[in-house]
Write a protein of this length. Structure first.
Length: 148
């Protein structure tokens, strides 16, 4: 496997979008329903293999924010479970590839950024109403020599 290869999502449309995004060097497949998307690679907590998914993102300063909504499901997505076990992740945002560190936001931090994420992708509000699970928001901070 090369540095950024990863196993595709088992969900067909996600795998196809991730393939187009990666093969185009980040110029195709970069939006979903009009919202910006990134590729997130997480290290599998059981398999130890890199796994790839496509996620809508928002911004908070220089950081990227993603929502572990799974469409309002009552359980967390696998990628979220992986990054809570292994917070070192790999991202492709457009044409750029880099490593990052994932951090689940506290309740106060989530409350501060949630409106901006709903602005990016309005269905998030309905997803949260659909489930009793508190949908996590994750900050993805670019790795630097200081935080690598």
């Amino acid at each position: 496997m090369t540095e950024y290869e990863a196993t595709a999502s088992p969900t067909g449309w996600v795998a196809e979008q991730a393939r187009r995004y990666e093969e185009s060097g980040g110029t195709v497949g970069t939006t979903m329903q009009g919202a910006p998307c990134l590729l997130l690679d997480t290290l599998g907590r059981k398999s130890g293999q890199w796994r790839r998914t496509v996620l809508i993102y928002g911004r908070d300063g220089e950081d990227y924010l993603v929502v572990a909504s799974l469409g309002g499901s009552d359980h967390h997505p696998v990628w979220y479970l992986n990054l809570t076990a292994n917070p070192g992740v790999r991202l492709r945002v457009g044409t750029e590839r880099f490593t990052a560190t994932a951090e689940v936001l506290s309740g106060d931090e989530k409350a501060r950024v949630w409106p901006s994420l709903v602005d990016v992708f309005p269905p998030y509000a309905g997803y949260q109403r659909r489930t009793e699970r508190d949908i996590p928001v994750i900050r993805l901070r670019r790795a630097t020599p200081e935080n690598a």
